[in-house]
Write a protein that binds this ligand. Sequence first.
Ligand code: EPU
Length: 430
Amino acid sequence: MDRFLIQGGVPLAGRVRVAGAKNAALPILAATLMAEGPCRLDGVPDLRDIRTMLDLLGLLGVRAERQGDGSLVTEVVDRTPCRAPYELVKTMRASICVLGPLLGARGRAEVSFPGGCQIGPRPVDLHLKGLAGLGATVRVEGGYIVAQAAARGPDREIYLGGPFGPTVTGTANVLCAAVLTPGTTVLQAAAMEPEVTDLARFLCAMGARIAGIGGPTLVVEGVTGLRGAAWRVIPDRIEAGTLLTAAVMTGGDVTVTGVDPQALTAPLDLLARMGVTVGRPAPDEVRVAATGRPHPADVVTLPYPGFPTDLQAQFMALLCVAAGNSFVTEKVYPERFIHVAELQRMGARIRKEGPTAMVEGVAELSGCPVMASDLRASAALVVAGLGARGETVVDRVYHIDRGYEAIEVKLRALGARIARENPVREGGGG
Ligand code: EPU
């Protein structure tokens, strides 16, 4: 099992390019199931989760090949398989992304019901409600979600809001199935995350007819088929945000390149409130420069365009060394605080009350052995380790490899002292 050895305290400096977005690439890859010709995707990061999705697509009759230029070419060679097996789904929750495309393109989907997750309960009731709203028969049988498309029904309006706001992959699933469902589908309270927008635009490039992209109401006119398309996946705003927090944690001066600053509005606003100098040297670049301890700040995670839950842990690491007290409230996954105990081991003063953590800033964290648990919590431990005094050993970094492409290589290029030990890889997650 790999681990990271980090010698903290080196200010990061330089320029670093972010990869394509994992959470955009996953549903886009799943959507290639529906194409009637080859698709060429640029910017698909080389990650553990992406490889899992490619394995799953392989079982579902999609051939995918990395080209010399890094692009990925997919082609459907068998349109009969409809089953996403437990063995693969249990290693990655995002396997659920094939549910809508299978139902839309093949009229039937059998997808293993995803299990528990480190970041709290992750129900899929809204996915099922949305597909049923399209007229499909949906039931759970033997641990599988079994969905069967209906013959043509009346036009429909589907509300996708839930107790914690809209659902990202739920919107992706229902949208994919809707584009190949005859008639008009109006999706209300659709997720507006840039990753959903990217999927919708890719579907349009394949011939789908979707209005309202980027907003909460999507109007879909069903089409009878989708062609293959070429697409470039959007930059990973969460990787960008993670690298920016690492820069600030070390009092560094770093420019992330190849990003969409618009998609980072809330995190950049928070950094500015924390006293960090934030600039945009070019339309696709963000530069942060930090000196001294950050100001304390209150953070509330919300669906886009609110502050992303996928950056909550990394910013909490930063607030651990702020000059004062901060409140961090998690409104998307109220139990997503698994990083708190490990940060406390590094000397952080955090008190958790329900979905809120009160963080009392300390002058510095001190390095120690910590355990990676889920993807973003683990990223937060790396951020904390880079700023801490002494050595931090982050165990089980396979969690980080699920969502960050060679993060230690990128950090080393910025001057960080971080090394990977034990090259044997294993594991999986949600
Ligand atoms: N929810 C329901 N019912 C549903 C679906 C969701 O109540 O049927 C609730 C969830 O429990 C949660 C909230 O709605 O409280 C939002 O969940 P959502 O469905 O939007 O999450 P997701 O689609 O399963 C994606 C990302 C997550 C990211 C969330 C929120 C992918 C593959 N995953 O998950 O990314 O945290 O949206 O933005 O896109 C990560 O990359 O580390 C990660 C966990």
